[in-house]
Ligand binder design. Structure first.
Ligand code: ATP
Ligand code: MG
Length: 384
């Protein structure tokens, strides 16, 4: 173990050094207080120090005070040396932060046991610090675990709430869709008869509103209560082409082109065809709405076979989405469309469908330039 001694009397210093070296210490000897302080302030100082009380320049007690004030870590065990007749020095030394004292001339056996006591205290201090650190780490881990638990709990509560809202609203949706269907059928029958011009127009308005209400209710039902997926191998290209025909006419009216960039190596994905159709349709509708009235609009559908996944990109040249809204668009009922136009459920439905298929969906967008949705779905090969 290293020990520092500071004494201005060469004879005394040398005898102390000789004794300590014989005792197995590695001794660092200083001849004044300032030198001792510099050594004790080094990054890796000796942990034991014997300081003479009276030294020219900085006295031992002053060094002691400075060490206590400036060096918190590691702890340095300090013994002050004083002469027999000055017992008041002992009190002052201890008050300045010394751990122990030794009366000059020192007694070999006494110094030995006092140093042993000092080492015991340093060991205890090191062990205490180790335990404190372990405790701090444990606390940190506990805090983290608690945070995660709270997150899981609130997620569970939310899921529980959503599930009960889901059951409730899918029942309500069913009840609303019945009369809507009857109304729509009745109006279709009424339109077969001859009516004055104005009545026909009114019937069209009613019909349009019924269709709007039906869309909202259908979306809500789909969101609230998705039926069990029927998983089978699906050819993505085929399915997209089929889905696109449902909306292609509308797109043409708005001068929107669909470009296809299909990877010929694409393997089949395991999926529910109806649900994937819904995903494509919702994305197509969103892209259409975002590009309406813009110059040279196009939607590019790009597929790529990855190791165990298929990547499908929907790249539109629409309005884009401001950065600050990007993490909102998947929230249920979040819409920027006019009242009655959008339910804000399209992307929520897509999200939960993709999640159920063990896939992911991400969005990249640049305001004024366009938006890209990237879907990753596991391929047939990755199943089982
Ligand atoms: N391709 C896109 N380009 C720009 N904004 C988009 C795009 N897709 C979605 N958004 C934004 O995200 C919002 C939420 O989309 P989502 O499909 O969930 O609902 P919606 O389209 O508003 O309503 P619904 O799908 O019921 O008709 C949209 O209102 C729109 O602001
Ligand atoms: Mg939508």
């Amino acid at each position: 173990m290293r020990i520092l001694i500071a004494d201005d009397a060469p004879l005394y210093r040398r005898s102390l050094e000789a004794f300590l070296t014989k005792e197995g210490y590695e001794v660092l000897a200083c001849s004044d207080g300032a030198e001792a302080l510099v050594a004790l302030e080094s990054p890796d100082p000796p942990r034991l120090a014997i300081l003479d009380w009276v030294m020219p320049g900085m006295e031992g007690v002053e060094v002691c005070r400075k060490v206590r004030h400036q060096i918190k870590d590691p702890y340095i065990y300090i013994i002050v040396l004083t002469s027999k007749e000055k017992s008041e020095d002992i009190v002052a030394g201890l008050e300045a932060g010394a751990d122990d004292y030794l009366i000059k001339p020192f007694e070999a056996q006494e110094l030995r046991v006092r140093l042993r006591a000092g080492k015991r205290i340093l060991d205890l201090q090191t062990e205490g610090k180790r335990q404190e650190e372990a405790l701090r780490k444990g606390n940190e881990e506990l805090k983290q675990a608690l945070g995660e638990l709270q997150k899981t709990q609130s997620l569970l509560v939310r899921q529980e709430k959503l599930a009960s809202i889901g059951t409730l609203s899918s029942g309500v949706c069913h009840e609303i869709l019945n009369p809507l269907n009857i109304m729509s059928a009745t109006i279709q029958v009424m339109k077969l008869d001859e009516h004055p011009l104005e009545v026909n127009e009114n019937l069209d308005v009613i019909m349009e509103q019924i269709q709007r209400a039906t869309k909202i209710t259908n979306n809500l039902r789909m969101f609230a209560h998705q039926k069990e997926a029927e998983i089978k191998p699906v050819d993505i290209h085929d399915l997209f082409d089929k889905t696109a025909t449902l909306i292609e006419h509308d797109l043409e009216l708005d001068n929107i082109m669909i470009n296809r960039s299909y990877d010929p190596d694409l393997s089949l994905v395991y999926a529910d065809e109806d649900q994937l159709t819904q995903v494509f349709l919702n994305l197509l509708n969103n892209a259409k709405d975002a590009m309406k009235g813009r110059q040279e609009s196009s939607l590019t559908v790009q597929t790529k076979a990855l190791d165990t996944e298929v990547e499908i990109r929907f790249i539109d040249t629409g309005t884009g989405i401001p950065d600050k809204l990007l993490d909102k668009i998947f929230d249920p009922f979040y819409t920027t469309k006019d009242p009655g136009k959008g339910t804000g459920l399209g992307l929520s439905i897509i999200h939960s469908i993709i999640e159920k298929h063990n896939g992911t969906i991400k969005v990249e967008s640049e305001e004024g330039k366009g938006t890209t949705f990237v879907i990753l779905l596991p391929t047939e090969n990755s199943k089982g």
